[in-house]
Design a protein around this ligand. Structure first.
Ligand code: KIV
Length: 294
C-alpha cells in the first residue's frame, strides 16, 4: 500500500506530483500515461490544469515556437529558457527537458553537463535524448550522474536525414530488430521510460513484451503504456507538416486569427476602446489640470 501523501505534496487540484515510482506503478496497473509537450508558462498552465502526467519541453519547440524549419538548429540556451518558463507553470506533472541536437552526442561528459543544466537552470525532473548507438552510453552516464533519462527510438527527428526523412521506422524485419535492440539497450542503460515514435503498432506491441519500463507512444499504436502529442498539433495552432498520428482536438489558430482580426477592425472603426476600457478623472481635477496647462 502506498504511503498517505502529506498535505503539502498535494496540488491545488488535489493531485499528487508525478514521480518515477508512480509512473512505473501506472504501467504495472495498466493505467494509461498521458504526456504532452509544453514550451512556456501558459502552455504549462494548460497542461497542469488538464491533469496530464508528464510534460515534455520537446525540441519540437524549434518549429512550433521558434519558427525553425526542423529541430536541428535549436540551441541548449533556447530550450533552457523555454523549460524554465514551463517549470513556473507546473506543479504536478513530471517535467522532462529534451536535450537538443549537438548538446550530448560528442561525449558522456558533454551529455552529463547538458543534462545538469536542464536540472539546475530550468528545474527539469528528467531529460530525454534520441536514438540508440552512442546515445546508450550517454543515457547510462546521465543516469549514473543521478539524472533520470527518457529514451526515444523509432523516428528520431534530430537524425531524420540519416533515417531517410520523416518517415515511419521499423517497417522491415531488419529495421524493427534494430529499433528493438536500441530500446532494450536504453532500458539496460537505466532509462526510466522510452518514447516510441512512428513505428508500426504490431512492432511496438512486440517490443513492449520485452520492456519493463513505461513506453510512451507517438504514432506507435494503442498498446504502449502512454501517449504523447505535441501541444500545437493537438490544439491546431501549428500549420506546418502534421504527421498522420497528430490528432487535432481543436483549431485554435483559426480562432486566434479571427480574434486578432476583429480587434484590428474594432480599432480601425473606432469601436475599441469603449467606456468600459477607459479610466475616468474627477471633473474638478480635470479642470485644474487644464488650468495648469493654460
Ligand atoms: O520534441 C518533441 O516534441 C518530441 C515528442 C514528439 C516526443 O520529442
Amino acid at each position: 500500500m502506498s504511503a498517505v501523501p502529506k498535505a503539502d505534496q498535494v496540488t491545488a487540484q488535489g493531485r499528487l506530483p508525478m514521480t518515477l515510482p508512480r509512473l512505473a506503478e501506472k504501467k504495472q496497473l495498466g493505467e494509461p500515461i498521458v504526456m504532452i509537450t509544453a514550451y512556456d508558462y501558459p502552455s504549462a498552465e494548460v497542461a497542469e490544469a488538464s491533469g496530464v502526467d508528464v510534460v515534455l519541453v520537446g525540441d519540437s519547440a524549434a518549429m512550433t515556437v521558434l519558427g525553425y524549419p526542423s529541430t536541428v538548429p535549436v540551441s541548449t540556451d533556447e530550450l533552457l529558457m523555454l523549460a524554465a518558463a514551463a517549470r513556473r507553470g507546473l506543479r504536478s506533472p513530471l517535467l522532462v527537458g529534451d536535450l537538443p541536437f549537438g548538446s550530448y552526442e560528442a561525449s558522456d561528459e558533454q551529455a552529463v553537463a547538458t543534462a545538469q543544466r536542464f536540472v539546475k537552470e530550468a528545474g527539469c525532473d528528467a531529460v530525454k535524448l534520441e536514438g540508440g548507438g552512442t546515445s546508450v552510453s550517454r543515457a547510462r552516464a546521465i543516469a549514473d550522474a543521478g539524472i533520470p533519462v527518457m529514451g526515444h527510438v523509432g523516428l528520431t527527428p534530430q537524425t531524420a536525414t540519416a533515417l531517410g526523412g520523416y518517415r515511419a521506422q521499423g517497417r522491415t524485419a531488419q529495421r524493427a530488430a534494430e529499433v528493438t535492440r536500441d530500446a532494450l539497450a536504453l532500458q539496460e542503460a537505466g532509462c526510466f521510460s522510452i518514447v516510441f515514435e512512428a513505428i508500426p503498432a504490431a512492432v511496438a506491441a512486440e517490443i513492449m513484451t520485452r520492456l519493463q519500463i513505461p513506453v510512451i507512444g507517438i504514432g506507435a499504436g494503442a498498446d504502449t503504456d502512454g501517449q504523447v502529442l505535441v501541444f500545437h498539433d493537438l490544439l491546431g495552432i501549428y500549420e506546418g507538416h502534421a504527421p498522420r498520428f497528430a490528432k487535432r482536438y481543436a483549431e485554435l489558430k483559426g480562432q486566434m486569427v479571427a480574434a486578432v482580426a476583429e480587434y484590428a477592425d474594432d480599432v480601425r472603426q473606432r469601436r475599441f476602446p469603449g467606456p468600459e476600457h477607459t479610466y475616468s478623472i474627477d471633473p474638478e481635477e480635470l479642470a485644474a489640470f487644464q488650468a495648469q496647462l493654460g
